[in-house]
Write a protein that binds this ligand. Sequence first.
Ligand code: ZN
Length: 330
Amino acid sequence: MGLFSNGREETVFRFKERSRGARFAVFALLLLATAALASGCSITEPVFAGAEDKVKATATTGMIADIVRHVGGERVATVGLMKPGVDPHLYKATKRDIDKLTEADVVFYNGLHLEGKMASILEKLAKKQPTVAVADGIDRSALLDWGDGTGQYDPHIWFDVRNWIRATEVVRDELIRLDGAHADVYRANAGAYLRELEALHEETKRKIASIPEAGRVLVTAHDAFGYFGAAYGIRVVGLQGISTASEAGLKDVSQLRDFLVENRIKAVFVESSVPKKTIQAVVDGAREQGHEVAIGGELFSDAMGPEGTPEGTYVGMVRHNVDTIVQALK
Ligand code: ZN
């Protein structure tokens, strides 16, 4: 509303001294503007209203937005696109999301085709403004192959906490590049968060190692935990493959059922951003063959929990997953 109020009225007064025609034209304009504001449809509030003196940052996933908030602190206004429980493989940007992306000083995204349906938008954006894939900070040798012969990498990098340490450094360095006057703030903020992540990495290693070795098998709906398994020494078996874009076929369901029965696996896990029915079909199949499999609880895979809960942060989501896995398999 502040857009037209005082400035426009002053203009009207100044025009009073001129011809009646001009006065009428200004009056008509004012009426039109008021009508547009009242209907609320043709004038949209800027995404970063009130944050003009800050660095304006937009992040795709909640996990990345969490990094930016930690490192940016008071200096950065952070907007996240994907809400809790949202599947990034299938996410399409809305009209308002385009505003959030184009009005930002910098855009942070995961990369490695995680945001599969946003590829062309991110590509166009990169030609106009700083657009940073946090995965680019991770040495290629530390990336896992997609495993389908296409030469692409598994995009679920955040479940090896060491990768998220790299991602945090990428965000820190980019904010320093954009806003060098506050480099000390970003270094201090990042330092505190990095220490938290180092501790989380050690804690995760210790907890997973407490599961007897034969029972260290993580069965879940899609292969989001490849990095987790490699980093912390737990075998990961997925049903849907790496992207949720391909529906699980019946062949996969029966293969996984046979695997559960043969290996006497005690528990399988559901994921917050993947439909439960797929994993339920496997559990039912195993029961028909006389092997009881428990659903070990819900894991956060590609999105964090609700805002304001411990799982609504990256650290909280990893800790929730680790505790859920340890409890079901120990
Ligand atoms: Zn995924």
